[in-house]
Design a protein around this ligand. Structure first.
Ligand code: ZN
Length: 102
């Protein structure tokens, strides 16, 4: 397996190890960031060798699902915050963008 994929497999293994105890899927921030890094650099790598093993593909699938849910939750909490800021600062000025980052 190539170096790039080995890095992803390391994350996938950590996740599936942590996951085996419970039914739920807990996405850690560290894992999310590492996988996002992998995904964003994938266009340069375009290697799928780590997915020859079905187990990895399955965990990656769950992971992408969890990431999408996380992003949806982030966006809707952002919307709520922006709406409440708008209500509170109707008379004053909007205080710019506060930390939204993951
Ligand atoms: Zn590879």
């Amino acid at each position: 397996m190539c170096e790039n994929c080995a890095e992803l497999v390391e994350v996938l293994n950590e996740i599936s190890d942590a996951d085996s105890s419970e039914g739920g899927f807990q996405l850690k921030k560290e894992h999310a960031l590492r996988v996002l890094g992998y995904i964003s650099s994938w266009t340069q790598r375009q290697c799928l060798c780590c997915f020859k093993e079905y187990k990895h593909l399955e965990v990656f699938n769950q992971l992408v699902y969890a990431l999408i849910n996380l992003v949806i939750a982030q966006i809707s909490s952002l919307r709520d915050r922006l709406c409440s800021v708008q209500d509170h600062t109707h008379k004053g000025g909007v205080s710019g963008t506060e930390g939204v980052g993951i």
